[in-house]
Design a binder for this molecule. Structure first.
Ligand SMILES: Nc1nc2c(ncn2[C@@H]2O[C@H](COP(=O)(O)OP(=O)(O)OP(=O)(O)O)[C@@H](O)[C@H]2O)c(=O)[nH]1
Ligand SMILES: [Mg+2]
Length: 234
């Protein structure tokens, strides 16, 4: 946060194709990219209003490719929060969280709040994904596995989302992250009023945010049920 507490820098990391760019596109641009375009670096802006204070979010999208391991650290300085992402349908991407992303974020931004994000929640019940994984005697990452790793790595929260199916689940990720970034000891709780779409998103945020918060109507019932347990604060 800057000295006025009005800016928040969020860096998004995780294995390649785990869903980082889709997450940022849905949140900041209101569009879900069906086609995969590899990232090098990309910046996004949005804003939240918390108790009448507007917080500008400066979000850095990075490449998950090891080819960029030497340039990715350029994104880390002065970050308030790091979203460490993995793909729920690819268990090896959660392994990488421990093997690679935890160490890298600790090394380059030890003071940033870490939120572990399980992307592609919709794929947990996808029949062809389940079939493919079962051939290797695997299953998609469970909620419990994700929250256990989040706890192990000292994350402030574990959140699951699907950029493809639920914009609300994506909003929850940034909601939790922003609140964690601005939180000071003994601060009064924060409240959400309204939100608006587009590059400049303005919303006021509820605390405690999750789990079991009011669900909204633009999701399939199964997804609403999933959202009720999709975030765990550590
Ligand atoms: N089913 C499903 N597919 C998703 C979701 N999010 C992203 N994808 C798809 O997964 C692929 C990779 O997504 P990206 O967001 O580009 O991946 P990335 O993590 O930015 O990858 P790099 O830029 O290489 O690091 C794309 O084809 C997306 O359409 C999701 O929530 N559900
Ligand atoms: Mg990308």
């Amino acid at each position: 946060m800057d000295s006025l507490g009005s800016r928040c820098k969020i860096v998004v990391v995780g294995d390649t194709q785990c869903g980082k760019t889709a997450l940022l596109h849905v949140f900041a641009k209101d569009c879900y990219p069906e086609n995969y375009v590899p990232t090098v670096f990309e910046n996004y802006t949005a804003s939240f209003e918390i108790e009448k204070h507007r917080i500008e979010l400066n979000m850095w999208d990075t490449s998950g490719s090891s080819y960029y391991d030497n340039v990715r650290p350029l994104a880390y300085p002065d970050s308030d929060a790091v979203l460490v992402c993995f793909d729920i349908s690819r268990p090896e991407t959660l392994d990488s969280v421990i093997k690679k992303w935890q160490g890298e974020t600790q090394e380059f931004c030890p003071n940033a709040k870490v939120v572990l994000v399980g992307c592609k929640l919709d794929m947990r019940t996808d029949v062809s994904t389940l079939r493919e994984l079962s051939k290797q005697r695997l299953i998609p990452v469970t909620h419990e596995q994700g929250s256990t790793i989040a706890r192990q790595m000292g994350a402030v929260a574990y959140v699951e989302c699907t950029s493809k199916v639920s914009e609300n689940s994506v909003r929850d990720v940034f909601h939790v992250t922003t609140v964690a970034s601005v939180q000071r000891p003994h601060k009064p709780q924060l409240k959400r009023s309204s939100s608006r779409r587009g590059l400049k998103r303005v919303s006021q945020l509820p605390l405690p945010p999750l789990p079991g918060r009011t669900e909204q109507m633009d999701e399939a019932p199964a997804m609403r049920k999933d959202r009720a347990k999709s975030c765990v604060l550590m």
